[in-house]
Ligand binder design. Sequence first.
Ligand code: SAM
Length: 262
Amino acid sequence: MVFASRVAYAYDRARAHPPEVSGQVAGAMAGEVSGVEDPVFLELGVGTGRIALPLIARGYRYLALDTSSAMLDVFRQKVAGVTRKVRILQADARDIPLEDESVDAVVVVHLWHLLEDWPRALAEALRVLRPGGVLLEGWDEAEASEDFRVQEAWRRFVAEEGVKVERGRHRRRLGQVEAALKELGLAPRTGVVARWTEERSLRQSLENIQERLYSFTWTVPEEVHHRAVVQLWAWAEAEYGDLDRTFPIPWRFVLRVTRLAL
Ligand code: SAM
């Protein structure tokens, strides 16, 4: 997926965490390097920096890696003024341009499911970690809400065009990565580090699908997506009437911590 600038900005707006959640997530990650002097973080697939910025604001050295120039452009603007300890690497997570054992923490949030050959990126993450370093994998999980109904309706319209959209890919991939870590003799531990409720309008849910902000939409051909979206708006208007009505989405942020042996 190549992100256009417009999509990078839309992604940044749609995926932002509330400030207290950003603080809780950063606090949980920072706690994992508390014994290390001036630790170095590396984030694979940093995107527009919603995880990185609160850590950078705490004064950590941060290596921000991503393949997408559009995402990195937004990140660069957001980080302007506090860049002294930030290095931007436009590079591939499967081929990290860093020395072995050169960072204290590798952060990976919502990336694994985008990489077919994720074992290469995982091997690279473990290669650049110092002994005693931590792999910090995070993800957002939502409970069922109207947003899910909107997504399901879009899937139905796409399916009627003969295109099947895979479900649960992100969760399956997280399970595969966990199994790979355990096979290496490592002991990942998983916990919820933040909970919050988002009020989202139906219009926003529809726009997120229309703009293809979710990776599950990326495999659908443009004409099929376009027709499904036209049907989706008509369905939503008939179903809900007022599209500016908001509904709650209960969220949690999950952190999986894997520490390498010293
Ligand atoms: N981690 C950020 C967050 O949680 O907000 C961004 C997540 S976004 C879903 C995935 C990011 O991974 C995008 O910015 C994309 O450009 C980047 N990406 C995709 N494939 C990549 C690869 N092979 N190497 C590095 N970054 C990649």
